[in-house]
Design a protein around this ligand. Structure first.
Ligand code: NAP
Length: 315
């Protein structure tokens, strides 16, 4: 029967169902948790933070689709069926992340938080800003999102550096890789952008020791951090300590160790912190449903699935 199971938790789960119903009205849909039915009929599962174990009874499952670029929420399931796990690579999502990185890189570069404060206090004072060409934005993660952000930043005039697990070549970007390349990458970086996936290796990477290695004598008067990858990469108590003692000049955080961020967190009120609710690249469900359906259509016509995740690497 080749039914599609939609198991999406979080905001707007019904929007995904609506788009599937509109675009493939003839296709049998199973919806978690209300309309699961006979799971032997399910061929494809489209998931976001689905409870562990729910895919186990799907004996004829052919592929699992993450409705986001990250797949860490899928690999938390110890009973995950052994079928291809596919992630979203979509221009809509990629461009939204590009906007976010550019917005916040420029916010730090143009001292916008200082002007916000001055405006509240009716202070007319120019804070001299350096040329973009004097500032290096260092991007951790040179995948689909990191490369696009690098391209946008380069065209604005920033110097751009990038760090990845394996050697990568990106036009106009100074690239570094692996543990051996990390210190040199950090030493050149004024604005650190994290677009890393959640894996065992990236967990807890952004700690005080790492932040202390960022370029200290740069033109912004101190380094800044933007994390729009995964909250598991950062140690929030170290980020707070680094902001307090001047190791960091500012931080933009879209992702957190625990989400939603606790109302008790000191990050909310820290004067050097900008917070967004994990929406850096919150994509329109319509665009992503079309993307998944195109994959299913190609697969059923005998083509290969694209953007299949390497389970060993975890991303
Ligand atoms: N905040 C949001 O709204 C939002 C939205 C979408 C995605 N995201 C996050 O963004 C992440 C990146 O997405 P993407 O599409 O760009 O992923 P991707 O194409 O898979 O790229 C991942 C990049 O990270 C690098 N990497 C992975 N592990 C590493 C390690 N241990 N050390 C150094 N580099 C490492 C990879 O290195 P190699 O090139 O050597 O493989 C690659 O360059 C997603 O996994 C997700 O967590 C966040």
């Amino acid at each position: 029967m080749n039914a599609i199971l939609i198991a999406v938790t979080g905001p707007e789960p019904e929007a995904w169902v609506r788009h599937f119903r509109t675009l493939v009205p003839q296709r049998e849909l199973r919806i978690f948790p209300a309309h699961m039915g006979d799971l032997d009929d399910v061929a494809y599962a489209c998931v976001w933070k689905a409870p562990p174990g729910i895919l186990r009874p799907c004996s004829n499952l052919k592929a699992i689709f993450s409705i986001g670029a990250g797949v860490d929420h899928i690999f938390t399931d110890p009973n995950l069926p052994d079928v291809p796990v596919v992630r979203i690579v979509d221009d809509d999502l990629t461009m939204r992340m590009g906007e976010y990185v550019v917005l916040h890189a420029l916010m730090h570069h143009r001292f916008q938080r200082a002007y916000d404060t001055q405006q509240r206090e009716r202070i007319w004072r120019e804070n001299r800003q350096p040329a973009a060409s004097a500032v290096t934005v260092g991007i951790m993660g040179l995948g689909v999102l990191g490369r696009h952000a690098a391209d946008l930043l380069r065209h604005i005039g920033f110097r751009v550096a990038g760090w990845s697990r394996t050697p990568q070549t990106v036009e106009g970007v100074s690239t570094f890789h692996g543990a051996g390349g990390l210190d040199d990458f950090l030493a050149t970086t004024d604005i650190l952008v994290c677009l890393l996936p959640r894996t065992a290796e990236t967990t807890g990477l952004i700690d005080m020791a790492l932040l202390r290695k960022l370029r200290r004598d740069g033109p912004l008067g101190g380094p800044c951090l933007i994390n729009a990858g995964r909250g598991s990469t950062q140690i929030e108590k170290d980020i707070l300590a680094a902001l307090d003692d001047g190791t960091l000049k500012g931080a933009t955080l879209d992702v957190f160790e625990a989400e939603p961020l606790s109302p008790e967190s000191r990050l909310w009120t820290h004067p050097k912190v900008t917070i967004t609710p994990h929406n850096a690249a919150a994509s329109a469900p319509g665009a992503l449903v079309k993307n998944m359906l195109a994959q299913i259509e190609r697969f059923e016509a005998g083509g290969a699935l694209q953007n299949v995740v390497d389970r060993q690497r975890g991303y």
